[in-house]
Design a protein around this ligand. Structure first.
Ligand SMILES: NC(=O)c1ccc[n+]([C@@H]2O[C@H](COP(=O)([O-])OP(=O)(O)OC[C@H]3O[C@@H](n4cnc5c(N)ncnc54)[C@H](O)[C@@H]3O)[C@@H](O)[C@H]2O)c1
Length: 343
């Protein structure tokens, strides 16, 4: 805790210095009861700001994809920050090993094997997690697979699987937990995971790119929809992070297609990836950014200019357009602050 924050808090809750504060604030006229009431307000304010400053300590979180890579890094960082964590992943064996590690490190965790793409199973997952840890207030959707290749080389079942795991799981997580967060009130947070591919079309991964653009869109929509609530929304946009994604997703895709996994391809695609960011450091960054309620969590600076290039091309198309259809009534209404879409 920063020193001056500590001092400020100490001075509010300590009766003698609170008394001095009352004098400084020219409230000497306060009677004893008013003084007591004010001191109790200070104390409550102190407890709230202490809780806010220590967030996510004392919270309960749910993490998908917690058995490996970035999800594991986030789970470790949540435990280190004092949160209880429901660890979920489709890989039960790795998940149990992670649960053992975190429990041995003093963490309060529960391992719940779950396929995040099972959209109908989310309510029961939420019930199980909350039965074990109490109300969940942080949901980190991190599970993802980079299956498929070019659009015309991707079998339809791979396309659908990639969308189910990467995108529909994030919709199901949000749709399950937002009503619970709203019913309980108080601070809550949703983290979704996109990718550089959710802003820049990388060649040779059409399904992944499309699904991650959808994650970006879903998360931007969630932020708009939740802007007047205490529910924070963040979007993790990893660049290269040193994880085993090419192997875990490669194995799963091969299983789906009833084939042997192409180990050489996974190794070739992992070569540069393994020089990327450390997933545990990314996990710590994610907690820091969620605590500060940051929307976009990025891992490598140089992608910014590439993303600007993508948007610049679109903006240029608008600037160069001759406007032949006249003004757009929906755009005009929105610019005038009128709700153009009725729900
Ligand atoms: N590693 C990178 O460079 C990178 C870059 C951009 C985005 N990402 C994204 O980060 C997220 C995490 O990936 P990672 O690199 O840590 O990979 P990883 O393979 O190390 O971890 C992903 C975890 O998700 C789990 N998983 C896969 N399908 C699942 C399902 N249906 N239900 C539940 N769990 C499932 C896997 O078993 C694995 O434990 C993914 O969404 C990925 O798209 C990663």
């Amino acid at each position: 805790m920063p020193r001056d924050d500590h001092d400020r808090r100490a001075s509010r809750s300590d009766p003698a210095t609170a008394e001095r504060w009352l004098e400084t604030a020219n409230l000497r006229w306060c009677d004893v009861n008013s003084r007591r009431r004010l001191q109790s307000v200070f104390r409550r304010f102190d407890a709230e700001s202490e809780h806010e400053m220590n967030w996510p300590s004392g919270e309960a979180a749910l993490v998908t994809g917690a058995a490996s890579g970035i999800g594991l890094g986030v789970a470790r960082a949540l435990v280190a920050a004092g949160a209880a964590v429901a660890l979920t992943d489709v890989d039960g064996e790795r998940l149990d090993a992670v649960a053992r590690e975190l429990t041995e490190n003093g963490g309060n965790v529960v391992a719940l094997r779950f396929d995040a793409s099972d959209t109908l199973g989310w309510e029961s997952l939420a019930d199980r997690a909350e039965a074990a840890l109490g109300p969940i207030s942080i949901v980190c959707s991190i599970a993802g697979v980079n299956g498929g290749t070019t659009a015309d080389g991707t079998p339809a079942e791979v396309w659908q699987w990639v969308f189910r795991v990467n995108t529909e799981s994030q919709f199901a997580a949000a749709a399950t937990f937002i009503p619970r967060f709203k019913a309980r009130g108080g601070r809550a947070h949703l983290l979704n995971t996109s990718s550089i591919s959710g802003f820049i079309p990388l060649p040779g991964v059409a399904a992944y790119t499309a699904s991650k653009f959808a994650c970006t869109g879903l998360t931007m929509a969630l932020r708009e929809e939740l802007k007047d609530t205490e529910i924070g929304v963040s979007l993790l946009i990893p660049g290269a992070v040193a994880t085993r994604i090419n192997y875990s997703a490669g194995e799963a895709e091969a299983r789906l297609l009833g084939r042997e996994m192409n180990v050489e391809l996974a190794a070739a695609n992992s070569e540069l990836l393994m020089k990327g960011a450390d997933p545990d450091r990314v996990g710590e960054q994610v907690i820091e950014a969620m605590a500060a309620n940051e929307m976009y969590i990025v891992t490598h600076r140089e992608w910014g200019d590439r993303i600007a290039g993508v948007f610049d091309e679109v903006v240029r198309a608008y600037r160069d357009f001759d406007g032949r259809h006249g003004p757009d009534p929906v755009a005009q209404a929105m610019l005038a602050g009128i709700d153009a879409i009725h729900t």
